[in-house]
Design a protein around this ligand. Structure first.
Ligand SMILES: [Mg+2]
Length: 167
């Protein structure tokens, strides 16, 4: 029991560390939540956005997706995958779709309104999503951009559900 608890903490720590290493701060994701929710909640506070992102990041399935996606991005960057997967991930091929499926597993956690949020943010690419989609950085964020959008969408859904239950 104790071992299990400690290993969960290690997974969460590592997932957070990897995101930071790849240039994504918790505040960047909270900014996306604010972007998505400010029109529905006029007195929305940044602290609420941050708190909801934290709760999403505390989920093991989210941490697993982050670790898996970032690992694939990094291996593609180092050209260590086998072809044809290397080329597909490195070039962020539009029809690949596994990055989005991984993102949906996160979006799903808080119900269907997450999908609307995810679709919208993926199209608009505000804030950190613009940076992650900038190919000129030389980095590969094929998975991470969808993961970040999904975490923001899930946190937005959580925030919306909680607001609906208290208003
Ligand atoms: Mg992608």
């Amino acid at each position: 029991m104790r071992m299990e608890k400690r290993s969960m903490d290690d997974v969460e720590k590592k997932a957070r560390q990897k995101m930071a290493e790849r240039g994504v701060k918790i505040k960047d994701i909270a900014d996306l939540v604010y972007f998505l929710q400010k029109k529905y909640h006029p007195d929305l506070q940044m602290d609420d956005c941050l708190a909801n992102v934290e709760r999403v990041l505390a989920k093991r399935e989210v941490q697993n997706a982050i670790l898996t996606g970032i690992q694939l991005d990094e291996l593609a960057e180092k050209k260590m995958l086998e072809e044809p997967l290397q080329g597909i991930i490195e070039s962020d091929e539009g029809l690949y779709g596994v990055d989005e499926i991984m993102a949906f597993s996160i979006v799903n956690i808080y119900g269907s309104i997450g999908f609307t949020n995810y679709g919208y943010i993926d199209k608009e690419k505000p804030g950190i999503l613009g940076y992650l989609n900038d190919k000129s950085t030389g980095m590969c964020h094929t998975f991470l951009d969808d993961l970040v959008g999904a975490i923001a969408a899930a946190a937005s859904s959580r925030l919306a559900h909680r607001a609906a239950n208290t208003e």
